[in-house]
Design a protein around this ligand. Structure first.
Ligand code: MRU
Length: 350
């Protein structure tokens, strides 16, 4: 199934907290539960969060007992507020909620039922477009991959991080489907281990050759000439090309530059926030310290109790470390202020 989908009045999603051990589908009929599923990371990855939020808005529309458009709009605004609070960094969440609200506000929709249908149709369209966009993006990115390349990847940006197919991992998947012989170094991605748990799971099923590495090993593989190119995702990319992505991305980009290795974020235009002039304007989510210290080893805690813990979920890679940004409309190159805007406006290669 897709990572998230609408099924007969319910939102269904793969519960990613349990992978790779258990494959379980969670089902929600209340938009507040969808907001919780985003916060607690049943579903994660910027595009997947966006699609879940859009379907959450559809649930809210059908949950509302409103019998006139203005009341329904009030209920939808309230649901939008709850969904927006789920996670702060991935701009796709805000983009999706705002897009659905704009559709609902269309004056041509004269009855609450018309609005409900339009909201659901738009959420479904957004999910379908995500898959199509990922494939277009993958084609642009795969053109950068040479036969025999060794690729470094961080976090999980695959089918699980999107509605289907993936962003950076979609590029890797397409290069593999094109018959290119590639090898992927998969960062385990502490603290939540999206690389070890999710990316390794996806690549194993796809039959892509890969090696799982501790995050701390990436620099070693780059310095010793074992990495040809890096592909990562993004949760929000600023207008100047600064890229917010999973914590640890910045360090990778700096080491890649030091070693002359091209570094490409793969970013649907829905992840570009032209309202954020630079990465400093992007809110960085701070998550529960338990994610860092809650692991056990041989049944024992990995750190002493009662210590101070920092857990930023994302960092910002300044645009100067970015070789190019792969979008569904082509690859943007520096200066990103101009090229990214062109991609967002759909004036790239398509
Ligand atoms: O905290 P997560 O797992 O939601 O973080 C995901 C990432 O950082 C991805 O790289 C990003 O969302 C792009 S996924 C297509």
């Amino acid at each position: 199934m897709r990572t998230v989908e609408w099924d007969n009045g319910a939102v269904k999603m793969i519960d990613q907290r349990l992978l790779p051990g258990t494959f379980e589908i969670a089902e929600f009929t209340d938009y507040r539960e969808v907001a919780r599923s985003i916060k607690e990371m049943y579903i994660r990855g910027a595009p997947a969060i966006g699609a879940a939020a859009a379907f959450g808005m559809a649930l809210a529309a059908y949950q509302s007992a409103a019998d006139e458009p203005t009341t329904l709009m009030r209920d939808l605004e309230a649901a939008a507020e709850v969904l927006r609070r789920a996670r702060p960094t991935a701009v796709n969440l805000f983009w999706a909620v705002d897009r659905v609200l704009r559709v609902a506000a269309d004056q041509k929709l004269s009855s609450p039922d018309d609005i409900r249908e339009a909201v659901l149709a738009d959420a479904q369209a957004l999910a379908d477009e995500d898959v199509e966009i990922n494939r277009r993006m993958a084609a642009h990115g795969a053109a950068l991959v040479r036969d025999g390349d060794s690729i470094l990847h961080h976090c999980n940006t695959g089918a699980l991080a999107t509605v289907d197919y993936g962003t950076a991992l979609g590029v890797i998947r397409m290069a593999h489907e094109q018959g290119k012989k590639i090898h992927v170094f998969v960062d385990e991605t502490r603290p939540r281990l999206q690389g070890a748990r999710l990316t390794a799971w996806e690549l194993q099923q796809l039959g892509v050759d890969f090696t799982l590495i501790a995050d701390n090993a990436a620099g070693h593989y780059m310095r010793t000439g074992q990495v040809d190119i890096c592909f990562v995702g993004s949760d929000r990319t600023a207008a100047n090309g600064d890229v917010a992505n999973k914590i640890g991305t910045y360090k990778l980009a700096v080491v890649a530059r030091e070693n002359g290795i091209p570094f490409y974020p793969v970013v649907p235009t829905s992840t570009v926030d032209l309202n954020c002039p630079t990465g400093d304007d992007i809110p960085i989510e701070e998550r529960d310290p338990e994610e860092v210290v809650g692991l056990t080893r041989q049944g024992m805690p990995i750190a002493p109790a009662g210590i101070q813990v920092g857990n930023p979920a994302f960092d910002v890679t300044p645009a100067r470390y970015v070789t190019g940004i792969v979008t569904e409309n082509g690859v943007a190159y520096p200066p990103f202020g101009l090229s990214l805007r062109k991609m967002v406006l759909g004036e790239g290669d398509r």
